[in-house]
Design a protein around this ligand. Structure first.
Ligand code: SF4
Length: 336
């Protein structure tokens, strides 16, 4: 592998070094989760607007030279993008792109786990909000729980693909009944189950703060069933607080951006499927990378644009502040 000449890292004006990029490869999805998009879906991007694999790989290579070595592929649902393993291979071969992961709803995973692993994927996050068929269908508007569980089992068969994280979006008045079963899944299976607080990124704009089931509340539900949890060490920039069970069997995590924001250690930026850079999930401003890219910009010019964008990275989200203004895109158009 070609050695990588490191240059000045990508640092924002608050002193945070950017290490992680989430790359949305499509805005399309085969689910219709109520906390994300309307039943009828959204107006999808025109094909010509979506970055090609070569364009994504070029931007990831430029970012890798700036020390951004964690790449997570997201959507919409990334596995609906045709030939995704081809892109995974291109990114796995990119000098400096050390850590390649993917977030999926898992419904196509039983078919694609093998080619993704062969292409170089090493970590995976699978969204799973309920283990109850009726509730799963109610939330995702798809009767697909069994297929998602088969996808997870297929992922298990590949020891290179670790950790396998299961992400559950927690909604008050809905998820409480699922918490003990999902926690038990973390004890029964080689999955790290993480509970993510519901964020105001739904396309319907129906989010209310009284729908947030907080990390602390979920932890209390788990401890009521399984006894005290033990906090585990986590990377400073990690979005999740990690906990183990007292007997050492199983791990759960809490991603609590609303009740316990973690913006002070944020090292993330996002690239949308149509080539816009977002320096925060809740950005109201984007930086167009696609136009200069397609106009023949050099790596130096792209680097300068990335530095300018990151210098304007938001300090934090303002969800809990009066006058909070929602992000300029909904979750499926950003990619989480
Ligand atoms: S809300 Fe923005 S600043 Fe805060 S952790 Fe998320 S991306 Fe980072």
């Amino acid at each position: 592998m070609e050695t990588l000449t490191q240059v000045e890292p990508l640092t924002d004006s608050w002193g945070r070094e950017i290490k992680s990029v989430r790359v949305s490869v499509t805005d399309k999805c085969n689910f219709r989760c109520t906390y994300c998009m309307p039943a009828e879906g959204l107006e999808w991007l025109a094909r010509a607007e979506v970055l090609s694999f070569e364009e994504i790989a070029r931007l990831v290579a430029v970012l890798a030279r700036l020390g951004v070595d964690e790449v997570r592929l997201t959507g919409g649902e990334p596995l609906v993008r045709r030939d995704l393993p081809v892109l995974v291979r291109m990114l796995a071969d990119t000098p400096g792109a050390r850590d390649l992961s993917l977030t999926t709803n898992g419904v196509l995973l039983d078919r694609l786990a093998q080619p993704l692993v062969d292409a170089g994927l090493r970590r995976i996050n699978v969204s799973l909000d309920s283990l109850d068929h009726v509730r799963f269908a109610e939330l995702t508007r798809r009767d697909a729980l069994d297929k998602v569980l088969r996808g997870l089992e297929e992922a298990e068969r590949h020891p290179e693909l670790r950790p396998i994280k299961v992400n559950c979006v927690a909604i008050k008045g809905f998820t409480e009944d699922d918490v003990p079963r999902l926690a038990a899944l973390a004890r029964r299976k080689p999955y790290v189950v993480r509970f993510i607080e519901f964020m105001p990124l739904d396309a319907d704009e129906g989010w209310r703060d009284d729908q947030v089931l907080t990390g602390r509340e979920i932890r209390a539900l788990i401890e009521a069933e399984h006894g005290p949890l033990v906090e585990l060490p986590a990377k400073a920039s990690s979005t999740a607080k990690r906990f183990g069970f007292a007997d050492g069997n199983g791990e759960v995590g809490f991603v609590s951006p609303v009740s316990e924001p973690f913006c002070s250690t944020c090292d993330r930026i996002r690239l949308t499927a149509d080539g816009q850079l977002r320096t925060c999930l809740f950005s109201r401003r984007e930086w167009d990378l696609k136009t200069p890219l397609r106009a023949g910009a050099s790596d130096e010019e792209l680097t300068a644009l990335l530095r300018t964008a990151v210098a304007h990275k938001e300090l934090k989200h303002r969800i809990n502040e009066p006058g909070f203004v929602r992000a300029s895109r909904s979750m499926s158009q950003i990619g989480g």
